[in-house]
Design a binder for this molecule. Structure first.
Ligand SMILES: [Zn+2]
Ligand SMILES: [Zn+2]
Length: 337
């Protein structure tokens, strides 16, 4: 039997991103390319201007909403479970549990299987399909929260803190900073799960994605616009982009109590730096135990780490007796999380 080609001969990071040589496409490239396969709609993964884009229907819709005519030259949808042949490889996508439409990319070449996780999490999330572990030879994982300090609490406990604060300070508007794609809709869904049935007020920048989620059948209840409020919303929950916390926009609110829902709220310095009174550790990325468990579960012999805290995870993977490599792809700063 001929020796298996090393993964590096067919999957290669270069100055545009991660390139699949026998398939002739990039995965989540950060520079403009002829053919891109996109894991999900966040801006650090789904960039403008590629020639051809392959992604789930939801990711393509999100790209159209975000990028308009610059979403790509030719947009092709792939459903979860569908298998496509691209050059000498086959490609399929499976749920990543990160945001609506998010996908892991499964690539098979000469009897070997590589899985590119994109961003993912294992915590339950009713706004998207759950992460599906896939057995593979090479697992290419993110590591946004790849340090042992990152161990996300159960979400219902964080939601409980928000509701307790609301009960304790009914004269204040609770302004929660959330990213517009994913976190916003998940926070609303978590509040609804906790039985909160009052209106949840939205900053205008959160409208398009929230309407899109609802158009895909995700129940979020009554989510009126802050601009339509007739008073200062004392005792109400207002969601806004993180950048609106403490800025002029917030002056319309009643003694706004600044909150922020993000995995980064684990870090005290970030809480202080943002002037956050009520940090909520709610993340759409795998925490440290989830990263390690997922790596084990894939059964992969080799692990590549795309972005985040690469060194710590590479070290931990090597300690598990597996081969590990940091890809150090550019263009992935701290995750908008
Ligand atoms: Zn993401
Ligand atoms: Zn990301």
């Amino acid at each position: 039997m001929p020796a298996m080609p090393a993964f590096e001969t067919w999957l290669r990071p270069d100055d545009h991103g991660l390139y699949c040589v026998p398939g002739d496409f990039y995965i989540d490239p950060h520079a403009v390319v002829a053919r891109a396969v996109i894991t999900h709609g966040h801006s650090d993964h789904a960039r403008a201007g590629h020639g051809a884009v392959l992604a789930t229907e939801e990711t393509l819709d999100i790209m159209r909403l975000r990028l308009g005519e610059f979403a790509g030259g030719q947009l092709q949808a792939i459903a979860y479970g569908d298998v496509l042949t691209m050059g000498d490889v086959t490609v399929r996508v499976v749920p990543a549990g990160h945001i609506l439409g998010s996908a892991q990319i499964v690539i098979e070449y000469r009897g070997r299987r590589a899985v590119v996780s994109g961003d993912y999490k294992r915590h339950p999330d009713v706004t998207c399909l759950p992460f599906e572990p896939i057995t593979c030879d090479l697992f290419i994982t993110e590591a946004t929260f790849g340090l042992p300090v990152f161990c996300h609490e159960p979400d219902h406990g964080e939601i409980g803190k928000l509701l307790a604060s609301l009960a304790a300070f009914p004269e204040r508007t609770h302004q929660v900073g959330v990213y517009s794609l994913g976190k916003c809709q998940r926070l609303i869904a978590l509040l609804r799960q906790a039985g909160y049935d009052r209106p949840i007020w939205l900053h205008g920048a959160l409208r398009a994605m929230t309407d899109y989620y609802m158009s895909r059948g995700i129940e979020l209840g009554h989510v009126p616009a802050v601009a339509a409020a007739t008073d200062m919303l004392a005792g109400e929950i207002v969601l806004s982009p993180p950048s609106a916390i403490g800025d002029r926009w917030s002056r319309r609110l009643a003694e706004p109590l600044a909150s922020f829902a993000s995995g980064w709220m684990r870090i005290r310095g970030r809480v202080r730096q943002r002037g956050v009174e009520l940090p909520l550790v709610i993340s759409d990325h795998a925490d440290w135990p989830e990263l390690l468990d997922t790596i084990r579960e894939t059964g992969a012999e080799e692990i590549w780490v795309t972005h985040g805290r690469e060194e710590a995870l590479v070290h931990a993977v090597e300690a598990m007796g597996l081969k590990a490599r940091a890809l150090a792809l550019v263009g992935r700063e701290d995750e908008p999380e």
